[in-house]
Design a binder for this molecule. Sequence first.
Ligand code: FMN
Length: 355
Amino acid sequence: MNAPVPPHRQFPAPPEAFAALDALMARGRAFLGARWALMGGAMSWVSERNLVAALSNAGAFGVIAGGSMEPARLEEEIAATQALTDKPFGVNLITLHPRLPELVRVCLAAKVSHIVFAGGIPPGGAIRLARDGGARVICFAPALVLARRLIRSGADALVIEGSEAGGHIGPVSLNVLAQEILPEIREVPVFVAGGIGRGEAILAYLEMGAAGAQLGTRFVCATESIAHPRFKRAFIRAAARDALPSVQLDPRFPVIPVRALQNEGTRRFVEHQAEVLRRFRAGELTKEAAQLEIEHFWAGALRRAVIEGDVEHGSLMAGQSVGMVTREQSAAAIIGELVGQAAHAVALRRGMIPT
Ligand SMILES: Cc1cc2nc3c(=O)[nH]c(=O)nc-3n(C[C@H](O)[C@H](O)[C@H](O)COP(=O)(O)O)c2cc1C
């Protein structure tokens, strides 16, 4: 026998609920130029033309992961995305890229409307270059002081990303970052990211003052995502507790914190560090050589998992929201679900439907 449907689920959100959601998202929607203030966070190898265009076509805002691309490759990816959508989308660039100014110029020449700088505080020159060229600049703010500094440097919007997120992470949860930053920063729109898997959570952050939300993990299993079927299957099977930060064995040899699903690769990484430490202690490796050996372990590992489907030894970067990924769905269906959940929650809270 099927479980009885809870009474509130029998009432879909009325139009007033969507109007209320529109009002809460107004600033983010205007900033992005999208139907919904929902960004598809750039994910290396996953966020390419197909997923980015699908998200933008579905009313969200796709972002190309340009981090590992050289200028000619980025130019090609932007053009291919523009061929698939006439809606706005962004390009995510890694601030440490040696050819950062060239990559910014590629975006500007292609009339990309929004540039997202990730992977550290961007040099002021890069922000100026992007803005002078007519693009809107989005930066990641890992703390309130840095949020203020980024706004002074010209950031048009900020993303605060909690440690629940997939990929490279900071130490603080979105729950705390949101309380520290949202009440303080009103000058620019602030988007929240990390661990978001349902519309009710998006609504809660909008009510706290967020302009919108950025999600990554939830979009990996979009039908349009080119991630390998084995990569998608690992996401569908995983629970929140499987997405853990990378382990560091010795503080003298820092490991960049990355949240990923545990597999043979993450287990071997611990053994690899132990072996490198043994060789360092035995005088077989200098400190610098040992650090490089540790850093090189994951080189190319995300591509191996996403593109080649090596889910045993590749990197399965995933956020804690992975437990809420239960099947493959079109980008439009995922967006529809998130928006529907948020509208339903508004309707319940404001007494538009019976509880
Ligand atoms: C597989 C994967 C790859 C990612 N790659 C990048 C990246 O290249 N650049 C970046 O700024 N963020 C990257 N992220 C972070 C996302 O853009 C986004 O902020 C994050 O996924 C949000 O948290 P969530 O996964 O809990 O939704 C990645 C995330 C995942 C899951």
